[in-house]
Structure formats: C-alpha cells, structure tokens
Design a protein around this ligand. Structure first.
Ligand SMILES: [Zn+2]
Length: 301
C-alpha cells in the first residue's frame, strides 16, 4: 500500500511531515495530541506517565519516518530504575504506534522546573532500540539513558549508535484533569555536507524555540514549526500517525494453543472464563470454557 494513500484511523488528526532544508538537514515534525490521548485512555495513565509514554510514542514515530516498507518497525525500550520503567514504544511506518509503561498510574511530584518529572519516572539505566524488518536480522542498539527525558536519550542514541548528529525535541502538555492538551515533536538530522557554521545556526534557532508542547498548544502545526526553524524547507512526504495495535483474539488463541496440553488442561479445570490482556493496548480477550476446549483439541492435534 502506498504510504500517501494511508488514512488516519477514526477521528485521529495526527500526522508527521518529512522535509529537507538546504540539502543539509533532514527534518521530521509530528503532531500527536490524539495519539497520546488514546494511549492515556487505553492505559489509564497518570499525568507523568502520559508525558513519558507519550514522548516515547512520538519519538518512535519520528524514527519510523525513515522506513520505506510496511514490514519495518522500531521498538524503543527504556529500562531505568524509575517507577515508570520499563517503558516500551513500538512504531511501524504507517505510522501506527503502541506501547505501555510499568505502573501506568504512578504519579511523581513536579521537578525543580515545575514540570512533569519524566526523567525521574524513567530513572537511570539503559535504552534498547530494535529495528525489525521481515526477512532480515534485526538491528539492535543499546545506550545508557542520559536524562530520561526521552528526547535527549533518542538524540544521544542517534549520535552515538547510528553516527547521525541529531536534535530531538518532544513535548506533551497534560491538563489538570489529566487529558492531553497538546503533544508534538521534532527531529533534525545533520546530513553530510553541513558545515559547523550551518550547524551552529540551526542549534541557535532550536534553543530559541522554547517548549514544543506549549507551541503546539498555541496552534503550532508540524509545518509551521518547520517554517519557524527553516524558512526555505521543502516538504518531501507526510504520513498520518495514530495509536493502533495489531493484536487480535486469533493471535491470543494461537498463544494459548502454544501453551500445550498440560497448561491448557490446568486452565480449563479452574472452570472459569480465561481473560487475556494485550500489554501494548490493554485490550482484553475472553475465552469461554467451550472455546478453551476447542483450543485444547487444536493443541492435541
Ligand atoms: Zn493490543
């Protein structure tokens, strides 16, 4: 399926824009309010968890923007010692994202800057990144978590593991009632040919940018964000973004069958409906006793 033909799912209005500036910088900007809100509703996320998982989902989307085929996907796994870790975010080139964090309801006091303490929620540890493509060996990268603020950590990964100097900005603004007011992100990658002077000009504009989530709250769009930074950027492509999981009852049924005869018999002997839950989207799939008995027969074949 051509990516340009992809449509957003339901009422999700999020998208990312891929562009280029002066042939020296690859740009990706994303809006993500509906996507992060969906994650919040699915997982009943606390304010800090919405910001942390939201940034991870948007970060995974920014990285997935480089994918060319439907079979590629990227998994970010933040394994820190904070109460929200591990945090997992997975994105394909659609761009469909899904993910979860441990203790989704954990709340932390605001940090010294009066902001949601994403860094404290993630904690110190490692960031694992896996790029998967059907039919080839997955690429794996591991870097120490720098600040746990997610954007910094992804930029560090890109620089140290993929040797692409990059700036990553990610922001999620959460309302007092817990709903996501705005969410957005930006990735700027330095291409070969950019001089030190080019880079310092861009760095200066990035510093002046301020809070990305506040900019999106005030009506910023991915295009207007790039207009601000690079007056003469060129749009190459855009893709819709949404929170969407590829789980299904069939897939969980296959998982149950793979447990084998003994474990299935144990579950059936309890005499209760079996409930399975997808970690990535929190969707529940129920298996009644007659359904379980059918699965047991399949396991015996
Ligand atoms: Zn799912």
């Amino acid at each position: 399926m051509a990516i340009s033909k992809l449509r957003n799912d339901g009422d999700c209005m999020d998208y990312l824009v891929i562009g280029m500036a002066y042939g020296k910088f690859r740009l990706v900007a994303i809006s993500g309010k509906d996507t992060v809100n969906k994650a919040r509703q699915k997982h009943n996320l606390s304010h800090t968890a919405s910001a942390a998982l939201g940034r991870a989902l948007l970060g995974a989307s920014l990285l997935a923007s480089s994918f060319k085929s439907d079979t590629e996907r990227i998994l970010l796994q933040f394994r820190g010692d904070g109460p929200l870790s591990p945090i997992l975010a997975l994105a394909d080139n659609g761009v469909h994202v899904r993910g979860y964090c441990e203790n989704p309801e954990a709340e932390l006091p605001l940090n010294k800057l009066g902001k949601l303490d994403v860094g404290g929620g993630v904690g110190a540890g490692m960031l694992y990144i896996i790029r998967e493509k059907d039919g080839s060996e997955p690429y794996r990268g591991t870097v120490p978590i720098q600040t746990g603020e997610i954007g910094d950590d992804i930029a560090y990964y890109l620089h140290s593991s993929e040797q692409i100097p990059s700036a990553v900005g990610l922001g999620v603004l959460v309302d007092g009632n817990g709903s996501v007011r705005s969410a957005g992100g930006l990735l700027v990658q330095v291409m070969p040919g950019a001089t030190d002077e080019d880079i310092s000009v861009v760095e200066e504009s990035l510093t002046k940018l301020g809070s990305i989530s506040h900019r999106f709250d005030q009506g910023e769009t991915p295009e207007s964000l790039l207009d601000t930074l690079f007056p003469q950027w060129i749009e190459l492509e855009r893709r819709p973004v949404s929170f969407k999981c590829d789980c299904s009852k069939d897939r969980f049924a296959r998982g149950l069958v793979s447990l084998g005869h003994d474990e299935l018999t144990d579950l059936i002997e309890k005499g209760e409906t079996v409930e399975t839950v997808c970690r990535f989207c929190n969707e529940k799939y129920l298996f009644t006793l007659p359904e379980m008995e059918k699965l047991l027969k399949q396991a015996e074949e």
